[in-house]
Design a binder for this molecule. Structure first.
Ligand code: UGA
Length: 429
């Protein structure tokens, strides 16, 4: 089939590369010349394991075409995916301006029969606007059906998530569009959820918000465990063995971040409010998430007293491991709060330094793990990169001024660290 993706963020670029790898001819339309020029050389605008290799392979096979132009991509395509960003507005709802703008450009270029589907997360109701724009802007003779095909991939494991998803959700009122989209996904072995547009969109928001809720629940249990001297990791392992609960997304830490959970929880609260429903459960999820971030700073003050003038080493800046993404990373809040209190910060992240410099310009960036510890009064772990797991604790202790560790991701065994002579504080234990 011939497909076009508008947008080359995580969702657009990864899904485009995977569909090209299945043998489809795939156009990717962007609006920044420099990024498109780089993509034509196989250079991705962000780090995602395995992605550049997949892009290069499919560029070479001439199945993946990067362009700034809507022609000939749109008129040729059987399916056009809108995969542009929907950031949060000041009011907490999703900003649809880019989605609506590209809908107009798609509409003007439609020829023959085309299915236009959103991969971007848009609230129920947005579909009517996009559909109206497509209908109003298309030429006579062009036929269009509209669908929602939400994406569930995670950064860091985006390619395997796209090839092996837990389900494929297709939301459309049109039988013809449904058939085209089912055919397009035939190479993916996953159960299909065939439904209408609004339901598909709500599945996406409800899934992300539920996962955020699980994380906040884990962070609340961690907090309580600290107060009553229980081991939160055992508690969460114990509840996760119940199949009805499941053991995934129950790791306590510095709170969820990234471009999805914070935005989608806020948007679902806002959608509920617009419909006269106060989704206070999700408001509490956000409050607990903020507390999880603040708790790291509270623990730092607990160890150091006044943090003014103290050297604090930070391992990990990205919002999670295996990505260079700093959007809404817990590290931004935590480091800013510590800096406001006068702490001196030295940090290391294997991939996120470049993006971190934009949001955290006033910290010292170390170029390897151990230099972070030189003369440090405290070491804080904020991202669970594999390369932090097996560090040499003798070396760490030798380099630090005082051997204090706040393990924000519970990477280390408290018993072993205490045997090394560290003052160790994890999350929930
Ligand atoms: C999330 C969803 O997991 C994807 O299914 C969805 O497609 C995506 O959002 C999206 O809407 O585009 P992502 O944000 O890439 O994916 O990463 P996650 O692995 O879900 O992690 C999100 C945040 O939760 C990270 O800050 C992570 O450190 C944190 N987290 C995750 C925890 O604190 N504890 C956990 O147990 C799991």
């Amino acid at each position: 089939m011939k497909i076009t993706f508008i947008g080359h963020g995580y969702v657009g670029l990864v899904t485009a590369a995977v569909f090209a790898d299945f043998g489809n001819k795939v156009y990717v339309i962007g609006h920044t010349k420099e990024k498109i020029d780089n993509l034509k050389k196989g250079i991705s605008p962000f780090y995602e394991p395995g992605l550049e290799e997949l892009v290069k392979k499919n560029l070479k096979a001439k199945r993946l075409i990067f362009t700034l132009d809507y022609k000939p991509a749109i008129p040729e395509s059987d399916v056009v995916f809108i995969a542009v960003g929907t950031p949060t507005t000041k009011m907490g709802d999703a900003d649809l301006s880019t989605v609506l703008d590209v809908a107009e450009k798609i509409g003007k270029n439609l020829e023959g029969y085309t299915v236009v589907a959103t991969k971007s997360t848009v609230p129920a109701g947005a579909n009517k606007k996009v559909q109206r724009i497509l209908e109003e802007t298309k030429h006579q003779g062009a036929e269009v059906d509209y669908a929602s095909v939400p994406e569930f991939l995670r950064e860091g494991s985006a390619i395997s998530d796209t090839i092996n998803p837990d389900r494929i959700v297709i939301g459309t009122e049109s039988k013809r569009a449904q058939e085209v989209l089912v055919k397009l996904h035939k190479s993916i072995n996953a159960p299909l959820v065939l439904t209408n547009f609004e339901t598909a969109e709500l599945i996406k928001y409800a899934a992300n918000s539920f996962l955020a809720l699980k994380i906040s629940y884990a962070n609340a249990i961690a907090k309580l465990s600290e107060l009553i001297h229980a081991d939160a990791l055992k508690v969460l392992e114990g509840i996760g063995m119940d199949k009805r609960i499941g053991n995934l997304f129950l790791s306590p830490g510095p709170g969820y971040g990234g471009s999805c959970f914070p935005k989608d929880v806020r948007a679902l609260i806002s959608i509920a409010k617009d419909n006269d429903y106060a989704f206070s459960l999700l408001e509490e999820v956000e409050i607990i998430n903020q507390q999880a971030r603040r708790d790291i700073v509270r623990k730092a003050r607990g160890i150091l007293g006044d943090v003014r003038g103290k050297n604090i080493g930070i391992l990990g800046l990205a919002f999670k491991a295996n990505t260079d993404d700093m959007r809404d990373a817990a590290a931004i809040d935590i480091i800013s709060w510590l800096q406001n209190d006068g702490a001196k910060i030295t940090a290391f992240d294997p991939k996120a330094e470049e993006s971190a410099r934009e949001v955290l310009p006033k910290i010292t960036y170390a170029d390897e793990v151990y230099s972070v510890m030189d003369g440090a009064d405290l070491l804080i772990i904020l991202t669970e990169w594999n390369e932090f797991k097996d560090i040499n604790f003798e070396e760490v202790k030798k380099r630090m001024k005082t051997p204090n560790i706040i393990d924000g991701r519970n990477l280390y065994d408290p018993k072993i660290l205490r045997e090394y002579g560290f003052n160790y504080i994890g999350v929930g234990r």
